[in-house]
Design a binder for this molecule. Structure first.
Ligand SMILES: [Ca+2]
Length: 236
């Protein structure tokens, strides 16, 4: 329990006033609505659990039900990720097949290709989704990464589903900066990899918290030897 600190957000805390001016293109700071998150509790204590109070702030998407909103069709035929010589594959979420609110595609000079996918602050409980149709020319066992910008511990997670596999929570506790988040698949061995055959795959993101930005998805060939694995750095 990390010295008595309650994991996730603590609504009983006093509001934390926004102090710093956000960078250009960032998700608007939470001026109108105070932040009740315990952003001081970094590390594992900020990770949501099944009983996290953060669940109260976001859509109850635990059932992962289909979303009725039509969304914005952006690429009806699906997209071919940019495959590099080392077998890695890059895909930008702006090229998603469908983007349904509260997901939005916005100009952001800090994001790859100057475009970010955001779940705005104050998105509230609106359930939405972003759907990608990926055509992989080569199959294999991959590590799956998403480049993210989290606002705080109540805006640091997203649901992700591949094909008909169970949805997983993508999250970590690095805030206010773009970084790569490794997707983990609990119950699978290895938990940090996914096997994808050559061909079409459906990747769906659903909002779980608000005040987040995303841009690229990165597939890297998985190796049993961790030192052989490609670790993404900045914009790929
Ligand atoms: Ca959270």
């Amino acid at each position: 329990m990390n010295g008595g600190i309650v994991p996730g957000c603590r609504r009983e805390q006093q509001p934390i006033a926004a102090t710093a001016k956000p960078p250009k293109g960032a998700v608007p700071a939470e001026k109108e609505k105070p932040i009740f998150c315990d952003i001081a509790s970094a590390g594992e204590s900020a990770m949501d659990t099944a009983s996290s109070p953060c669940e109260n702030r976001v859509s109850d998407l635990s059932r992962f039900h289909p979303v009725s909103a039509a969304g914005v069709p952006t690429n009806a035929t699906g997209s071919v990720p940019r495959v590099q010589a080392d077998g890695t594959a890059i895909f930008h979420l702006k090229d998603a097949k469908r983007i349904a609110p509260p997901f939005e595609r916005v100009a952001d000079s800090t994001a790859a290709d100057g475009t970010a996918i955001v779940v705005p602050a104050h998105a509230g409980r609106t359930p939405g989704e972003l759907e990608c149709s990926l055509h992989l020319p080569v199959g294999g066992v991959f590590a799956l990464w998403i480049r993210a910008w989290w606002g705080d511990s109540c805006g640091n997670s997203i649901w992700l589903q591949i094909n008909d596999e169970p949805p997983v929570i993508v999250q970590d506790a690095t805030y206010k900066t773009w970084h790569w988040v490794l997707v983990r698949f609990p119950g699978q061995k290895p938990a940090d990899a996914v096997e994808l055959k050559a061909g079409r795959h459906r990747l769906v993101l659903r909002n779980r918290e608000e005040g987040i930005k995303l841009d690229q998805v990165f597939l890297t060939p998985w190796h049993a030897d961790a030192f052989q694995r490609r670790i993404p750095q900045g914009i790929e």
